[in-house]
Design a protein around this ligand. Structure first.
Ligand code: ZN
Length: 312
């Protein structure tokens, strides 16, 4: 499932490529036809992410998208469109090699492939949304209700800062939960944007046992957990992938020689591509302590952890 970093990148991309221009919105697959008609021909004013929710504002109406487990956006456009997508350098939007334009100067989009729930278009390119769990138009009150239910999103803190108010909300949310910390981190009303990968990796880095009751974390643990999740999510936004295992970090817990053996420079094997401490590493020895990493189901999702390192 896309985690918060993906949605924040997506919102930034829509902000760059669509906001401030008149756009055309349609629902080639059908179910969003009425909603698309409300958005069509207008000009989006702002795109934002709140946890895993994408919200595009058009005055009093807000387009709300939640990708769920399988949803995705695909973007295509001409050179102007690709150039405007500067932040997307790692995975730039797809370039149309020989674009054609209609009489009004708008690029002629290709026929939708597969089940496209919504297509958004501006003169130089378009985006296709497939497979979301939510794609609807909200009014201001519905928007307030939605975001009011969400916990603090670490990626909504000013860059490079920890917002004390948001941290306090996170700590209070944990203190009120009866569930384990592993369950609480996946609860979007406790903290918004964390998914299965960040849950596993942040708890590992902090050495917190997944079954620890959320309410039993002391203030210091909750504070460092918030900082770690913040750092991991910000790195995810910057890099476009979740890479929580950072061999270059001085505090990765491995000596240089071990490091070289496990991640040969420029290696192309699977070891070189390993990005996670515990996520999907079950049955393998922990890189810090050597104990076998475990996996089990928790509320329908896989939970990964190291019993040797995560003891607090
Ligand atoms: Zn370990």
């Amino acid at each position: 499932m896309p985690e918060g970093h993906t949605i924040h990148r997506l919102a930034a991309r829509i902000q760059r490529l669509f906001v401030g221009q008149d756009w055309r919105v349609s629902s080639p697959q059908g179910p969003f036809t009425a909603g698309a008609a409300r958005l069509n021909g207008r000009s989006p004013r702002r795109a934002e992410a709140w946890g895993k929710h994408l919200l595009v504002h058009l005055g009093a109406e807000i387009w709300h998208v939640h990708l769920g487990l399988y949803g995705s956006f695909g973007f295509r456009g001409d050179d102007t469109f690709v150039t405007a997508d500067q932040l997307g350098q790692l995975r730039p939007v797809s370039r149309v090699r020989e674009p054609a334009y209609d009489d009004t100067g708008w690029i002629l989009p290709e026929a939708p492939q597969g089940a496209v729930r919504a297509r958004i278009q501006v003169p130089h390119g378009w985006g296709d949304l497939r497979g979301p769990v939510k794609c609807r138009v909200l009014n201001s009150m519905q928007y307030e209700t939605l975001v009011g239910r969400l916990g603090p999103d670490p990626l909504r803190q000013p860059t490079g800062e920890i917002n004390p108010e948001m941290l306090m909300r996170f700590r209070n949310n944990l203190a009120r939960r009866r569930s384990s910390i592993a369950a609480a981190l996946m609860d979007q009303s406790v903290i918004a944007g964390v998914g299965n990968v960040y849950r596993a990796e942040a708890l590992f880095v902090e050495g917190i046992a997944p079954d620890t009751p959320a309410a039993q974390l002391d203030p210091e643990q909750a504070t460092t957990l918030w900082s770690t999740v913040t750092i991991q999510l910000r790195t995810g936004v910057r890099e476009g992938v979740i890479r929580t295992l950072r061999p270059a970090d001085p505090d990765h817990g491995l000596r240089g020689a071990d490091l070289h053996r496990k991640w040969p420079a420029g290696g192309t094997g699977t070891e070189a591509a390993r990005h996670h401490w515990v996520y999907r590493q079950q049955h393998t020895p922990c890189l810090r302590c050597g104990q076998t990493i475990l996996m089990r189901q928790l509320q329908g999702r896989r939970l990964y952890w190291c019993p040797g390192c995560q003891t607090r």
